[in-house]
Ligand binder design. Structure first.
Ligand code: NA7
Length: 288
């Protein structure tokens, strides 16, 4: 019999992930702060929980994917928090992007309660979430990951174990730092040619056949040239991830000068954007 899965956080990423679990035949109990986002899932057969605590009490495996560290703390430890309601022997998988330090705190609290825990943030964007082709970056124990394979494969194509709890979040922050800097780099190149009076198309022509091209830029560069930024990965979340990467660097005593510069630019754009754009909207920094 398939385990009952609790799912908390039906945002851009969480909803398609939960849909894939339903499609794969897992019994699903969902909770989202904004209840309406659960409608499609409940129509397709998911049960609706009244709180994180209620979702946790009704499942064998709980998956959380919420915005940021305060949101995760709220769903786990808030007045209706999930952690105290999980059964001994249950498994918690957190796919939010948070600090490695918070992941280790969650792991310690789980251990006290006899609950298995994996930090398993994802990469692949909404496209990967919809297709069930996410890559999970996993921190935790191999035996726990092994038991979760059938669940993770309903949502993703790869789930390598990267080390003990916290390692998944560490690699995720490093990856997003890299993506943030690449997209900032293209935005600067675009600003330079445009300011110098050469049309953006000319830059694109060379860029797409040069060593400078990359997976993320093949998707984001055309959006930046057009000036259209529908959120696939919102700038507010990339801003949070670069901040978490810089905090981790400070904690470890290293400098990330390019990351710090990119953070300042993302911050400036975040402060003037009220439409929740994609992180490629960093190129707005140079718009008059
Ligand atoms: P979204 O689309 O912004 O979704 C965020 C989700 O987190 C959404 O379900 C929110 O509920 C939920 N949230 C935010 N704050 C809280 C609090 N305080 N309590 C409970 N639930 C909360 O983000 P994505 O799906 O793109 O990304 C999710 C994570 O994956 C994030 O860490 C990324 O960096 C990677 P709402 O619907 O707003 O009520």
């Amino acid at each position: 019999m398939k385990p009952v899965i609790g799912f908390i956080g039906l945002g851009l990423m969480g909803k398609p992930m939960a849909q894939n679990l339903l499609r794969a035949g897992f019994p699903l109990v969902v909770w989202n702060r904004t209840k309406a986002k659960a409608d499609e899932l409940t129509k397709s057969g998911a049960k609706l929980a009244s709180s994180p605590r209620d979702a946790a009490s009704r499942c064998d495996v709980l998956i959380t994917i919420v915005s940021d560290p305060p949101a995760l703390e709220e769903v786990l430890w808030g007045s209706q928090g999930a952690l105290d309601a999980l059964k001994r022997g249950a498994t918690l998988i957190d796919s939010s992007t948070v600090s490695p330090d918070l992941a280790r705190r969650v792991a310690a609290e789980c251990e006290k309660r006899g609950i298995d825990f994996l930090d398993a943030p994802v990469t692949g964007g909404t496209w990967g979430a919809e297709k069930g082709e996410l890559v999970f970056m996993v921190g935790g124990k191999a035996a726990v990951l092994e038991r979760m394979t059938s669940i993770l494969s309903a949502m993703g194509k790869k789930f390598p174990l990267l080390g003990p709890n916290g390692a998944g979040q560490t690699v995720k922050l490093a990856m997003n730092l890299l993506l943030a800097i690449q997209v900032d780099g293209f935005a600067e190149a675009l600003a330079l040619v445009t300011a110098a009076g050469v049309p953006a198309d000319r830059l694109m022509e060379i860029f797409l056949s040069s060593m400078g091209r990359s997976g993320v830029l093949e998707v984001k560069a055309p959006m930046m040239v057009k000036g259209e930024f529908p959120a696939s990965f919102p700038l507010r979340l990339m801003h949070k991830d670069v901040r978490l990467a810089l905090e981790l660097a400070r904690e470890k005593g290293i400098m990330l000068p390019a990351g710090a510069a990119a953070y300042a630019t993302y911050s400036a754009v975040k402060d003037v954007s009220n439409d929740d754009p994609d992180f490629s909207a960093i190129s707005r920094f140079w718009r008059k």
